[in-house]
Design a protein around this ligand. Structure first.
Ligand code: GTP
Length: 402
């Protein structure tokens, strides 16, 4: 999982500080230096690291702390709060209202995952009873419309776009539109007429050096007047993140960020600076290529998970989404009671449906996503499945509950 290494390094620095017999200035500084190093190694922007360091030093003044104060707790809390602050722009994004038409435009660098994320976003709201629709205003990348069409068809979401880029017999060109502004406007109009309450406009990927494409993006935004512009950022972007994100913010009114590919092995720290560059909150993260690998992002639970302190509310949400309603209470009770062979088998079945094991375990306090070795999530998933097959045959052969 992206950022797992960063989380592990910060946790270790805090643990070393906690293990010291006396917390003096040296121990405190060593701990902060370790944290700074971990953040910089993970590609977090230098200015953000510097600000975090200054703020913690301001908050924790060891000399002013009276005897009896738990210095360890105060330092840990300050680090936690400052990590949260780094990810929290202090304002929330526009929230669409069910039943009232909202237009949401997706922008971002090439290959950041916009098209995939548009469908995930639409699917997320569709599951909650909304009527989303997708508009493909990407006439730049060959195959973009086909990709959106394929995703939308799979999710049973209406879509609108033009096949302009695809190589087709020339007589068909007359039916195809190459102007993304025109397509976006037509698509939005059509879906407004159909009373769709969430109209999502996908745009082509671009880099800040591509002035013409930036101008095109500005025109799509001006013509469709989106209620929300979402900047999609790949978690593996590295140090270039801040400048790129800022360039998008300067051209269109970015109001929220989605970070994709959080299931990868990238250092990931660069993507965190998208918040500072756009002054907009992260609202979702992408955790895989599939439609359901998409999570609501909340700062405190995320930092909690990062530091191996768990995210019980996220864990409970996963249970709500994946374990049948009438089995949820029983599932939680059984988890708290401990396992017999049969219960373990049943709970593994439930947990497999909740997503990759490392993500599920990282929601439990005391488990760090580092515990699942990088790149081995599929193997772990397969291993659990194998254990289940073995347990299945054992229970069939007469091994029963205690
Ligand atoms: N592992 C993983 N892959 C992702 C995620 N989101 C998107 N992808 C993959 O990233 C690749 C690029 O995604 P697209 O949705 O085509 O990206 P795009 O931003 O629309 O691309 P352009 O239109 O060329 O700018 C695809 O192979 C996606 O399956 C994610 O959260 N995790």
């Amino acid at each position: 999982m992206v950022l797992a290494q960063l989380g592990g390094s910060i946790t270790r620095a805090l643990q070393q500080m906690t293990n010291a017999t006396v917390i003096d200035e040296k121990v405190f500084n060593d701990c902060l230096n370790e944290i700074n190093r971990a953040l910089l190694q993970s590609d977090v922007q230098f200015k953000l690291v510097q600000d975090m360091h200054t703020n913690i030093k301001k908050i924790v003044n060891l000399q002013d702390l009276a005897a009896g104060h738990d210095k360890r707790k105060i330092i840990q809390q300050a680090v936690f709060n400052e990590l949260c602050k780094m990810l929290d722009p202090g304002k929330s994004s526009f929230v669409p209202k069910k039943g009232k038409t909202s237009v949401v435009m997706f922008v971002g660098l090439q290959g950041s995952g916009k098209t995939t994320t548009c469908t995930k976003y639409a699917h997320y709201y569709q599951k909650k009873g909304w009527k989303p629709a997708l508009v493909c205003a990407d006439t730049f990348r060959a195959g973009a419309f086909d990709q959106l069409k394929q995703n939308a068809t799979k999710a049973k979401i209406p879509f609108y776009g033009s096949n302009y880029c695809i190589a087709v017999p020339s007589f068909l060109y007359s039916y195809m539109e190459s102007d993304p502004v025109k397509i976006a406007v037509e698509g939005v109009e059509r879906f407004k007429e159909e009373n769709r309450d969430l109209i999502i406009v996908d745009t082509s990927g671009r880099h800040k050096q591509e002035a013409a494409l930036f101008e095109e993006m500005r025109q799509v935004s001006e013509a469709t007047k989106p209620d929300l512009v979402i900047f999609v950022m790949d978690s593996s972007i590295g140090q270039a993140a801040f400048d790129q994100a800022q360039a998008f913010k300067q051209s269109v009114a970015v109001g929220a960020v989605i970070i994709t590919k959080m299931d990868g092995h990238a250092k990931g720290g660069g993507s965190l600076s998208a918040v500072a560059a756009t002054k907009s909150p992260v609202i979702f993260i992408g955790t895989g290529e599939h439609m359901d690998e998409f999570e609501v992002f909340e700062v405190k639970p995320f930092v909690s998970r990062l530091l191996g302190m768990g995210d019980l509310s996220g864990f409970v949400d996963k249970i709500h989404d994946n374990v049948p309603m009438d089995k949820q209470l029983e599932f939680l009770q059984k988890l708290s009671e401990g396992f017999t062979l049969r219960i373990m088998y049943q709970q593994f079945q439930n947990m497999l449906s909740m997503g990759p094991m490392s993500q599920v375990f990282s929601m439990l306090p005391g488990f760090s996503s580092e515990l699942m070795p990088k790149g081995q999530e599929k193997e772990n998933h397969a291993k659990v499945k194998r254990y289940m097959t073995i347990m299945d045959s054992m229970t069939n052969e007469g091994m029963r509950d205690r």
